[in-house]
Design a binder for this molecule. Structure first.
Ligand code: ADP
Ligand code: MG
Length: 386
């Protein structure tokens, strides 16, 4: 239940984050700009967030000494990585405020628990079956094929997923995935995808970012578009209401992203949740008056939440490591000087030491006064990126 008596943590205190990836780095930037000190726990000496934080505890998530050090340094802790063991969050919660709670993160970490939560909240999701045993595999209803077999745990960016058309392919795919616990989902005819980011306080106040329209390539987010008319208004309202009920059903504290499919029929179907700021919310840094990372800070510090106001039409382009390889043989990085000559282009790079194909290296937030203008600039930027 919510905690009305929790006290405010004012600037000057140290805020901690479990995980040193790009989300932790942008959280640290937001916290620091508000006058907080930051501490990151991540084993990697060159993690994007560790590189910019006041404190870097170099330990694994399960190391009791590392967790104790983080607790000693911080007034409150959050997470940027959804596969942080819930037990680590629960241990920290014994001595300081932790948001989101281990119990919420545990549900987001397991596709079977996540889907059961959607059903409990009355929010429609894709027809599915849990496959943990050979008996459950044999009992799968043919109506779920063609489908996508997804590992229940640890999947991201389309990893841990196999598309299957027949029962034979399903059996082979489950064997290939090592017969771990999986969820088989019916393949749905998608018109498009969207997501909603909500922030919820300990007192139960809830605010949301505008609905994001997302384009994925090969299971990885490629483009997010946020401007008037990006989705039919009725769909957007439905998505916001569904995201709120998913957050309330978890008694969630912090920033939560809820991803949806919009079917060709127009029906809205919830896909998955992320218990943290999300790639599809990065445009908020430049197109809203409050970013998703500032909302994360406000939630954990028990500061008031305010409804973000969008002041610019926005398109976010993800910058994957592939761009470091596909340009001319002489160019080692994309032509940032040409990109930045375009109006309203905001470059965000994560400081990752090496570029790899499919690896998120940064993003480009493009802003403009109108949807037409932002689309025109995004086309120019995409042409330069090649
Ligand atoms: P991840 O954890 O890797 O983001 P998702 O479950 O979101 O995994 O799947 C990645 C992408 O694959 C989705 O954004 C969507 O484009 C596609 N996808 C996943 N499930 C389905 C489905 N049931 N029907 C159609 N497309 C799907
Ligand atoms: Mg996803």
């Amino acid at each position: 239940s919510s905690q009305p008596g929790a006290s405010v943590i004012l600037p000057g205190a140290t805020l901690g984050v479990l995980g040193g990836g790009q989300l932790g780095r942008m959280f640290a930037h937001a916290a620091q700009s508000m006058g907080y000190f930051t501490a990151v726990l991540d084993a990697d000496a060159t993690s994007p967030a560790g590189l910019v934080s006041h404190h870097h505890v170099r330990s694994g998530y399960e190391d009791p000494q590392g967790l104790a050090e983080l607790a000693r340094l911080c007034a409150a802790v959050t997470t940027e990585f959804e596969n942080v063991p819930a037990a680590a969050l629960n241990q920290l919660a014994l001595s300081l405020p932790v948001s989101p709670a281990g119990a919420s993160v545990a549900i987001a970490q397991d596709r079977a628990a996540e889907k059961a939560h959607f059903v409990k909240c009355g929010v429609p999701c894709a027809p599915y079956a849990v496959i943990e045993t050979a008996e459950q595999l044999a009992a799968v209803n043919d109506a779920l094929l063609p489908g996508i077999l997804k590992t229940a745990r640890m999947g991201y960016d389309g990893k841990g997923q196999v598309r299957v058309k027949t029962r034979e392919e399903l059996a082979t795919a489950w064997a290939e995935l090592g017969q771990v616990a999986c969820v088989l989902e019916k393949m749905l005819p998608l018109a498009h995808e969207c997501s909603v980011i909500v922030a919820r306080s300990r007192q139960g106040a809830i605010v949301n970012l505008p609905v994001q329209r997302n384009l994925h390539r090969e299971g990885i987010l490629a483009v997010t578009e946020v401007y008037a008319g990006n989705l039919p208004a009725a769909q957007a309202e439905q998505a916001i209401a569904a995201a709120q009920s998913v957050a309330e059903g978890l008694d969630y504290v912090g920033v939560l992203c809820v991803e949806f499919f919009v079917l060709e029929s127009g029906q809205l179907v919830v896909n998955e949740i992320a218990p943290r700021p999300h790639n599809s919310g990065h445009y908020s840094q430049n197109a809203l008056d409050v970013s998703q990372f500032e909302l994360q800070v406000r939630c954990m510090a028990n500061l008031p939440l305010v409804q973000p106001r969008q002041h610019s039409a926005a398109i976010m382009l993800n910058l994957l490591g592939d761009l470091w390889f596909t340009n001319s043989p002489t160019a080692k990085t994309p032509a940032w000087d040409q990109i930045l000559a375009l109006p309203g282009c905001h470059l965000h790079l994560y400081g990752k030491v090496d570029a790899k194909r499919g690896r998120k290296m940064g993003h480009l937030n493009i802003t403009a006064a109108t949807p037409e203008q932002v689309r025109a600039t995004a086309l120019q930027a995409a042409a330069i990126l090649g």
